[in-house]
Design a protein around this ligand. Structure first.
Ligand SMILES: Nc1nc2c(ncn2[C@@H]2O[C@H](COP(=O)(O)OP(=O)(O)OP(=O)(O)O)[C@@H](O)[C@H]2O)c(=O)[nH]1
Length: 795
């Protein structure tokens, strides 16, 4: 075993035995082969390093130096040179006495641990090196960090304060005093008198006790003895270092145990807080003796210092901050007082504070809006002249969705040419002139500067038969949650596909496919596929057919019925086949519908008019009509002005002050309509985007665990997921997979599978972090790590 292995496998027992065996052994231990080889090599190197002086040292001396320096040639050479070749002149006695104050000598003398080095390095200096060439305990701990603790950081063990007084159960103030007590009391009094006398003759700043302690080598035992009622001339305690005294009164809290000398108005200094409680240095433990030598060598003084308790140095401003109840406490106290006062209604109200509490509580005295008590459904039947339909525009990023819609609105006259010209100029100024039409929908400055749609943009237009709401969705994968929100409000969809070479293929792998899956998951069954940018491929019919076929393939695989899917070749930029037929001769092969004709022929979904009211909040804002206005699509049921509403999950009640449809004030709204509702009698903090507004008599429940039948788009297993329903996005976890289901029949194929593969249908249990408003029949999308992993219906 090499010496370094021995170092690691150090056996204390051996050394303890050796020590207890009265001293070091003179017998040399045999070196291991490894050590022997290192010793030979080291000796050679040392001799080379010493050069001509090499003859002044013996091989034995070199080996011993190498042994002690763990074969460190450089250190060995330094030692040998200083010891044998150019030894330092002998120290003066003064220098010797200061040895413990610090300084290396020849690399062996280290300050402040004289005890240790007395055993070890002194041994190297003179005899021990000669006698003890093997590993010593003291040498073993040489340069250990705990031996190098600076004086100022050493801790001091302070004996607990011993109360001064009579015998147990007795008291010197009552009853008869024992002789011993009388003697102690007399000594104490004498000592106190003596101390006062001393102080009177000294200046106030130079307190006797302080002065005594300040003297580096003057024992403090006199003070301690006096405090204990003992004699000042008692044997001094072996304390040599002085404590750090603070004489500034405001530092008292910082060093609570330190002597603080204050001068009273009478000019007499008084000492508060005992500087030290008496204690004796404990004898070293058996273990310490083993390590560091017999107790006689443990005479080194331990520097004394004291450390304040954490936080004791807090300034009064900080501590004052907690001297009174916190603002929260004030509110809670007021509320509890108010509650207790409420209980006393009709009886005596003695507590004036409770009255204040009630006054502090804000009472909403807004009068409730009046209701016309209309039969909304019959009103709707009577008034129905146009269909209402919402469609979402989806597709891969940059497929041209916003441009297509901008052009559609321009061609329909919803947006005028001047506005487009203005957008074009502005877009040109930032180098994005091709996005001018997209700016009709992309209104945010960030969307315009980046040329990317971020959130759902809504717009409206009317045809003869239908009132349409456009939901322009972002194509970028980072904004899929917003796309989901749009799809959840749509009756049908326009899937925009970029026909440019390579772009379609990229989109098919990207959001063209994912958006299609999501549409199906959200219950959208009607899709118009707008094969866009055909101008870039010369209106190639082959390209159109190729894309149509591929899209048909994956749409039918996704679950769409092909009779509900139609394909239109378009150019959003040039307005071909949107409202007007393309005038480009290259497109003459197409005889089908324009986009607008396809939209008009699309039937909106059946409305759940008679179901309880449900509306997902898409926007919350302040308007001239109300400080709290919300907008969204009524998913089910109906409402009218004056109705009471329940907002979930806050559970707060609100009232419909008034409402608008297509920017016109109306008295009522029904499922399928996108309405703006001005609320009253509710604090805005209870209303958020994604919340559900419902009928207070038939409220939607807030749940944290639900079972959902899903189609897996990715591998499913117990895992963290984000749950999306409309604008609601919440964190959840798949906690259980009760069954793998047959895709067509829905029967159980396997119970409790560990995982579900992509395209599998399964029943899973999801637990949410918080309660959210969800109910049977709603569609949810599950996403994980930025990917859509599943979607399905709550069971
Ligand atoms: N040549 C040609 N370019 C088009 C056509 N439609 C759109 N573009 C261009 O395609 C780029 C992207 O158009 P956008 O309308 O912003 O695309 P988008 O799909 O809305 O983009 P995101 O919403 O961000 O996903 C713009 O530079 C448009 O000018 C088209 O029919 N022909």
């Amino acid at each position: 075993m090499s010496r370094h292995q021995a170092y690691r496998n150090y056996d204390y027992e051996n050394d303890l035995d050796e020590y207890e065996g009265a001293g070091y052994s003179d017998d040399e231990e045999e070196l291991s082969p490894d050590d022997r080889a290192q010793m030979v090599a080291g000796t050679t190197q040392v001799r080379i390093a010493l050069g001509g002086d090499s003859s002044k040292v013996t091989t034995k001396q070199i080996e011993e130096a190498l042994w002690h320096y763990y074969y460190d040639v450089e250190k060995s050479v330094t030692y040998l040179a200083s010891k044998y070749i150019t030894p330092k002149p002998a120290k003066t006695s003064a220098q010797k006495s200061n040895k413990s104050e610090g300084g290396f000598e020849g690399g062996f003398e280290i300050d402040h641990t004289s005890v240790t080095y007395r055993l070890t390095w002194k041994g190297i200096d003179d005899k021990h090196l000669e006698r003890r060439p093997h590993l010593s305990l003291a040498g073993f701990f040489y340069d250990m960090p705990w031996l190098n603790i600076p004086d100022g950081r050493r801790t001091v063990f302070i004996e607990p304060y011993r109360p001064i007084g009579g015998l147990l159960g007795g008291s010197s103030s009552s009853g008869k005093m024992s002789k011993l007590q009388a003697l102690a009391a007399a000594r104490k009094k004498k000592a106190q008198d003596q101390r006062l006398e001393n102080r009177k003759v000294q200046s106030p700043e130079k307190d006797a006790a302080l002065e005594t302690v300040k003297e580096p080598n003057k024992p403090i035992s006199g003070i301690l003895a006096a405090r204990l009622g003992g004699r000042e001339d008692e044997k001094p305690l072996p304390i040599q270092t002085k404590p750090q005294l603070k004489s500034t009164p405001d530092k008292a809290t910082e060093y609570p145990d330190t002597v603080i000398t204050q001068t009273s108005t009478s000019g007499v200094s008084t000492t508060t807080n005992p500087p030290f409680d008496p204690f004796d240095l404990a004898a070293p433990s058996a273990f310490a003796q083993t390590l560091l030598g017999p107790s006689t060598s443990w005479a080194a003084p331990v520097p004394r210092n004291q450390y304040p308790i954490p936080y004791m140095s807090l300034t009064s401003s900080v501590t004052d901050a907690f001297s009174e109840p916190s603002p929260d406490d004030v509110v809670l106290i007021a509320q509890s007082k108010a509650a207790s006062t409420k209980k006393k209604v009709g009886s005596e109200r003695k507590d004036e504070g409770a009255m204040d509490g009630i006054k502090a509580m804000k009472i909403d005295d807004t009068p409730l809006p009046k209701s016309k008590n209309l039969d909304v459904l019959s009103e709707f039947e009577k008034s129905r002249s146009k269909k209402n339909a919402s469609f979402v525009v989806v597709g891969h990023v940059d497929a041209g969705k916003s441009t297509l819609m901008g052009r559609l609105l321009l061609d329909l006259g919803v947006v005028d040419q001047r506005t487009i010209q203005k957008y074009r100029k502005e877009a040109e100024s930032i180098g994005k002139s091709s996005f001018a039409l997209a700016w009709v929908l992309d209104q945010r400055s960030e969307e315009r500067s980046r040329g990317v749609t971020i959130d759902i943009a809504t717009n409206k237009f009317d045809t003869d038969a239908t009132s349409f709401t456009i939901l322009d969705a972002p194509g970028h994968r980072d904004f899929i949650p917003n796309m989901i929100a749009g799809a959840s409000q749509a009756d049908f969809a326009i899937l925009v596909v970029d026909a440019t070479t390579g772009a379609f293929e990229a989109g098919l792998k990207g959001q063209t496919r994912e958006h299609s899956l999501l549409l199906r998951s959200m219950g959208v069954s009607r899709i118009i596929v707008a094969i866009n940018k055909l101008d870039t491929v010369g209106w190639s019919r082959e390209r159109f057919d190729e894309i149509s076929q591929q899209v048909s393939g994956f749409l039918s695989a996704t679950g769409f019925q092909l009779k509900n899917v139609s394909y239109i070749p378009v150019s959003g930029l040039h307005g071909d086949n949107l409202v007007n037929k393309s005038s480009d001769p290259a497109s003459s092969w197409y005889n089908g519908n324009t986009l607008i004709a396809e939209l008009e022929s699309s039937e909106p979904m059946a409305r759940a008019l008679t179901k309880p009211l449900r509306m997902t909040i898409s926007e919350v804002f302040r308007s001239p009509q109300s400080p709290l206005t919300i907008s969204g699509r009524i998913d089910a049921g109906s409402l009218q002005a004056g109705d009471a509403l329940l907002v979930q999950p806050s559970g707060e009640k609100a009232y419909v002050k008034s409402l608008e449809l297509d920017s016109e004030p109306v008295d009522w709204g029904v499922a399928g309509q996108n309405v703006v509702i001005h609320l009253s009698n509710i604090d805005p903090i209870h209303v958020r985007v994604g919340d559900i507004v419902c009928d207070p008599k038939q409220p939607i429940a807030c749940i944290d665990t639900f079972t959902v039948k899903v189609l897996a788009f990715d591998i499913l297993m117990p895992m963290q997921v984000d749950v999306h329903r409309g604008r609601l996005h919440a964190a959840g976890q798949i906690v259980e997979i009760p069954a793998l289901l047959d895709k067509v029949k829905g029967t159980v194929l396997k119970k409790k599978p560990k995982i579900i593969k992509p395209a599998g249908v399964a029943r899973i249990v999801v637990r949410m972090s918080n309660k959210v408003p969800l109910e049977i029949g709603q569609r949810v999308v599950l996403r994980s790590g930025g990917q859509t992993v599943a979607a399905g219906l709550l069971e």
